[in-house]
Design a protein around this ligand. Structure first.
Ligand code: NDP
Length: 339
């Protein structure tokens, strides 16, 4: 059983060499008699920015535990049940949820696991569009941002797993949507594939405040925050009165030992901004509602989704680290095995 293991807890920017591929003894593909565990064959793994914090030793308790050095890395993935002692699952079922970065996993306590109902769409979508990222975009946009038709919406890391969906949801709602991304290729996707009204490459803008003023002469009603740092600082100055910021993530801060300063937080007061953090983990009860709503939109071509697919467990560490360099174009995932 080949697996990806974290060597040591890290600080600063993660490196491929912080992880290693280990091949352990053969694993038993039968669950022990009387156990409610599952054995799954992992097909696709999801690379997610939140995994970075799990690679460190955190003093403050988090919503997810730190990885244990020497142990397999865990994360979201798509798997096929090989054997089951659990009454809700049988061999052959396709599932997505928390699993190991390895060929086969023993899931002793399948807490976050969903059965895959629709297989007429790519199975890999359950790492992103129809998985955690999709639910994040759905809950974050519709619930936290409370959008109204015609509002001005800004999305950062807009071509990524979550951002590309937020932009499309906002367009379907009748909003004016602008996205920022870190390359011209991504900006092109935003405008020509995902239907954003405007987009800019933040790495080419010498003044983010000016870029936002150019795109939003009347200001921003909703900011879907994925990056934090300098972008958040510039956005704060451009928010409209009673604007809303959904703090989904702040990836520019994850590898810093001390966060870059955000100077303009007083604007939350001046502009009566509602700045609300949220976690997808609080919205898993909405997953079935989300899937039923979005499946017809996918089938009718109303929602597009771009994936960046790495082949093989060996390439998983590089794929994960690539997120923090913006190397991924769309949802980053890893293929471990084809059914
Ligand atoms: P993405 O697919 O968007 O990949 C990450 C992207 O972030 C990169 O491609 C890069 O895009 C951008 N990025 C990386 N480093 C920086 C930096 N220093 N400054 C600015 N941008 C940077 O990831 P996801 O869509 O999966 O996640 C997006 C955000 O949502 C993350 O902050 C993540 O932590 C958060 N999240 C939060 C959840 C929640 O429950 N609250 C759940 C899921 C995700 P570019 O080339 O455009 O710079």
């Amino acid at each position: 059983n080949k697996k990806v293991v974290l060597k040591n807890h890290i600080t600063g920017f993660p490196k491929e060499t912080d992880m290693e591929i280990v091949t352990s003894d053969t694993i038993r593909l039968k669950v022990p008699e009387g156990s409610t565990a599952l054995i799954v064959k992992n097909l696709f793994l999801s690379c997610d920015p939140y995994m970075r914090s799990r690679m460190s030793k955190n003093d403050d308790p988090s919503y997810v535990p730190d990885f244990i050095p020497g142990s397999v890395i865990t994360g979201f993935g798509v798997s096929k049940v090989v054997d089951s002692g659990h009454p809700d699952y049988s061999a052959g079922d396709l599932v997505w949820g928390l699993t190991g970065w390895e060929e086969y996993s023993l899931l002793t306590n399948p807490e976050v696991l969903f059965k895959i109902k629709y297989t007429d769409v790519p199975l890999s979508y359950y790492t992103g569009l129809l998985g955690m990222a999709g639910l994040t975009a759905y809950a974050g946009f519709y619930e936290v941002c409370a959008p109204k038709k015609g509002e001005y919406v800004f999305v950062s890391a807009a071509s990524g797993a979550v951002g590309q969906l937020v932009g499309q949801f906002a367009k379907l709602m009748g909003c004016y949507v602008v996205g920022s991304a870190g390359s011209d290729e991504k900006v092109n996707l935003l405008k020509n594939k995902f239907g954003f009204d405007e987009a800019f490459n933040y790495k080419k803008e010498s003044d983010l405040n000016a870029a936002l003023k150019r795109c939003f002469p009347e200001g921003i009603d909703i900011y879907f925050e994925n990056v934090g740092g300098a972008m958040l600082d510039a956005v704060l100055r451009n928010m409209r009165i009673h604007g809303r910021i959904a703090a989904c993530g702040m990836i520019s801060q994850y590898n810093l030992e001390k966060g870059e300063g955000v100077h303009n937080l007083t604007y939350t007061i001046k502009k009566r901004i509602r700045f609300e953090g949220f976690l997808v983990f609080d919205y898993f009860h909405k997953y079935n509602e989300f899937v039923e709503k979005i499946i017809p939109d996918i089938r009718e071509g109303k929602i597009a989704y771009v994936e960046d697919i790495a082949e093989g467990l060996e390439n998983a560490p590089a794929a994960l680290i690539g997120l923090f360099k913006g190397l991924n174009v769309g949802k980053q995932l890893v293929v471990v095995a084809h059914e």
